[in-house]
Design a protein. Structure first.
Length: 426
């Protein structure tokens, strides 16, 4: 596999520094991506650069994932309109551990000459004193060079300006590249297009300090077809940690992508081969209502980020919401998934003591929960066969009791085809 060609057809190339392809074609090369641990989980915005590392390894080259324990203490000004809050060392250490666990799902850290490496720049920066840094790094990069960077220019023109701390960020990132060059013979740094300025500071530092060449590859910043920011929902970032974004919501994010976005995302975020993707696109054009692209995208990435079981559960949960699920599949959902599926539907409360005695369904719908405005409305809906409890149709003779609780806490009421209500027992 030719690494650059693979990234190109997948739409993952923005700029490749001249000479990079020749280096990659001349035997095993080493490349790295840096991730600042500003949270204890990666979000899907990080996946682009992680997929670059994955393809690098699949092409027979050695990937290095750098967790920025040191740079995370400073804050990168690239793409930021104001200074980020500084995190404590304790918080950064905690965040690093969460990120490490997630990277293990993407890269092989155990096998072969090109096994992945996980490094932390805090390990080599913590004992680097200020005078050493000025002599070994600051001496080689001019202020003129640093001020010419777009990330610096934009902040200089803003109201908030830029602190000396963030101004020097590119030097610290540049030194990371130099350190990895010297210790791991790492000659390639990769990242988003907004990182170009920081990356070439590293290549320049390597050239001036060692007289050797180093290279850069950037990928385009991912956006949605409507121009809105990729990876954001009304609830914020789409995280890889199941505690922050449930596997069901994660699956739904990809399933709900537009046709145009799905065609782009399936190339970037999955490992499906070109012919399979092109066949899917052709089938999708013939039957767009089946959403084959979205389903293939959501399946591949949910399994790789979470698990096959999480994908199956998310698929079953989707079936429940759109009317095809059964009582049995509903009972199999854990509480987290159940709550995720019915997030936003009207909720009502009831005491378990009432349910212990059993409640005639018309009373349950009208008096106990107020789901329906009156007992006569409840009876009418029951006669029309329009009421389900936990996906099971009910009639006027039905009794709702403690045995109807899902996860010992919830009862799902469906009125008609699309109106859901969640009753919470306490």
């Amino acid at each position: 596999m030719n690494f650059i060609e693979e990234l190109q057809w997948r739409g993952m190339i923005h700029i490749v520094m001249p000479g990079t392809d020749e280096l990659l074609n001349n035997g095993m090369a080493t490349g790295y991506v840096g991730i600042d641990p500003t949270a204890d989980s990666l979000h899907i915005g990080h996946l682009v650069s992680i997929m670059m590392l994955k393809h690098l390894q699949l092409a027979g080259h050695k990937p290095i994932a750098l967790v920025g324990g040191a740079t995370g203490m400073i804050g990168d000004p690239s793409g930021k309109s104001e200074e980020r809050k500084l995190l404590s060392e304790e918080t950064l250490r905690h965040n690093e551990q969460g990120i490490k666990k997630q990277l293990l799902r993407f890269l092989d850290f155990e096998n072969g000459n090109n096994k992945a490496e996980l490094v932390n720049n805090y390990d080599w920066m913590k004992d680097f004193n200020f005078l050493q840094f000025l002599r070994e790094v600051g001496k080689h990069i001019t202020v003129n060079y640093m001020m010419a960077k777009d990330s610096v220019k934009k902040r200089l023109e803003s109201e908030s300006g830029i602190s000396f701390t963030e101004f020097t960020y590119q030097l610290v990132q540049g030194y990371d590249f130099l350190h990895l060059f010297e210790k791991y013979h790492c000659k390639i740094q990769m990242g988003g297009s907004d990182q170009w300025g920081n990356i070439v500071t590293g290549t320049e530092l390597i050239r001036r300090k060692t007289g050797n060449e180093a290279f850069a590859i950037t990928c385009p910043l991912i956006t949605k077809s409507d121009g809105s920011k990729f990876g954001k929902t009304e609830g914020g970032n789409v995280w890889l940690d199941a505690k922050l974004t449930s596997p069901y919501k994660f699956y739904q994010f990809w399933l709900n992508c537009s046709d145009e976005d799905s065609s782009k995302y399936i190339r970037i975020f999955t490992l499906l081969p070109k012919t399979e993707i092109e066949n899917l696109e052709q089938e999708h054009v013939k039957t767009p209502h089946l959403r084959l692209l979205q389903k293939a995208l959501a399946k591949d990435i949910t399994i790789r980020v979470h698990s096959e079981n999480d994908y199956t559960t998310s698929l079953e949960a989707s079936e429940i919401l759109f009317g095809n699920g059964t009582t049995e599949t509903l009972k199999q959902l854990n509480e987290e998934t159940l709550v995720s599926v019915f997030d936003g539907v009207p909720q009502f409360e009831i005491s378990k003591s009432q349910l212990q005695q059993g409640i005639p369904i018309a009373d349950f719908l009208s008096e106990s929960t107020k789901i329906m405005t009156s007992k006569s409305e409840a009876r009418r809906m029951l006669k029309e066969n329009s009421v389900s409890i936990n996906k099971s149709k009910k009639d006027e003779t039905s009794i709702v009791g403690i045995t109807d609780l899902l996860n010992d806490k919830y009862i799902l009421v469906q009125k008609g085809k699309k109106n859901y209500f969640l009753v919470i027992a306490s």
